[in-house]
Write a protein that binds this ligand. Structure first.
Ligand SMILES: Cc1cc2nc3c(=O)[nH]c(=O)nc-3n(C[C@H](O)[C@H](O)[C@H](O)COP(=O)(O)OP(=O)(O)OC[C@H]3O[C@@H](n4cnc5c(N)ncnc54)[C@H](O)[C@@H]3O)c2cc1C
Ligand code: FES
Length: 224
């Protein structure tokens, strides 16, 4: 079956209209029966406001936005996520036949909480922690040798901190495995107008906008 595209990883922008001037981007974890699910980390004013929402509060949501989305295919796929970057990979896991999943985090607490979300879909889940309290000790790449030796992968989808995505993409390139990454940049307009989220294409001339052209790109488009 040819690879197909799906809208699940497009960002939504969600905000309580009166509270903040700019919208905040979030990936979609699930969309079912008229409901969408997001998972977010409280890092600042907007997410702090969101954490105080209660049932019945009304939100202004715009989206899904963007063009770049992860490719879904029947080929053996690794989903590699770090921290809250794992959230949109849950949607992808639900669309992928028995993906291999790599959960990378700082500690066991931060890492193990993601397992129940992936367990219904994953063929096998690997974990890495910075402090060695769960799974393999080290960064996400510490697990790659073992994963590559046990699974003949054709695709890798990565979402997490930029250094993590870069190092996974480099390892994928060495193995000649197709790799897609979901970029995270601070965003203002979300619709390609303010130019606040641009970067330089690495494999051709021109600049991309993460909000409008992404957030998902082929790794070779955005990483040298
Ligand atoms: C495409 C996309 C998808 C995302 N999906 C999710 C998700 O599913 N779950 C989730 O928890 N977060 C996600 N984020 C990050 C989320 O948008 C930010 O954490 C949020 O906007 C912070 O808002 P705030 O008002 O709480 O923080 P602010 O008060 O605006 O900032 C607090 C701190 O967070 C940093 N920060 C804010 N936004 C970003 C950003 N985009 N990238 C890097 N640092 C940032 C600031 O520099 C500052 O240090 C996503 C970002 C993008 C671009
Ligand atoms: S956020 Fe304005 S162009 Fe991307």
């Amino acid at each position: 079956m040819p690879p197909r595209r799906y809208p699940g990883n497009l960002s939504i922008y969600i905000i309580q209209e009166a509270a903040l001037f700019l919208r905040r981007p979030f990936g979609i974890v699930a969309a079912k029966n008229g409901h969408i699910t997001i998972i977010y980390r409280i890092v600042g004013k907007g997410t702090e406001e969101m954490s105080r929402l209660t049932v019945g509060d009304v939100l202004s949501i715009e989206g899904p936005l963007g063009e770049g989305v992860f490719t879904v295919s029947d080929m053996p796929t690794l989903l590699a996520g770090g921290g809250v970057g794992l959230a949109p990979l849950i949607f992808l896991a639900a669309q992928s036949p028995e993906p291999i999943v790599l959960i990378a985090g700082k500690t066991a607490v931060e890492t193990k909480c993601w397992v129940p979300f992936f367990a219904p879909y994953a063929k096998k889940i690997y974990m890495t922690t910075d402090d060695g309290s769960a799974g393999i000790k080290g960064m996400a790449t510490a697990a790659l040798d073992e994963i590559f030796s046990h699974h003949l992968l054709q695709r890798i989808a990565v979402c997490g901190p930029t250094p993590m995505m870069k190092s996974v993409a480099q390892a994928a390139a060495v193995k000649k495995i197709s790799c897609e990454v979901s970029l995270e940049k601070r965003m203002a307009c979300g619709i390609g107008v303010c130019l606040g989220c641009t970067g330089e294409y690495k494999n051709r001339d021109g600049r991309y906008k993460v909000c409008a052209d992404g957030p998902v790109f082929a790794a070779e488009e955005v990483f040298a």
